[in-house]
Design a protein around this ligand. Sequence first.
Ligand code: FES
Length: 109
Amino acid sequence: MAARHSIHLANTHERYTCAESQDILRAMEVLGRKGIPVGCRGGGCGICKVRITHGPYEIRKMSRAFVSECDEDSGVVLACRVFPRGDLHLDALDVLARCVERKAKIGAP
Ligand code: FES
């Protein structure tokens, strides 16, 4: 069985788990967060941009149109192309941030 890691989403202070064989966007969707946009899932549309602030991960090929080498060096990646290798802390950016934060406010008491 694949190792599972804890992913901390700083925007909403939520945690979810993700297997090493699963990308962190797909794992986020499994939680039933309907506010999460569904894009290409292949690193080509840029809708799932996040900044990893802590923890080890492996990335697969992403479009340079959305993530420059400089961005990547600062932890900015496309969540659909990121596979955790330990517990991660991340900030959703741009479109993904607006979606997860809006959902969190709707669900707030
Ligand atoms: S869903 Fe398109 S780049 Fe991630």
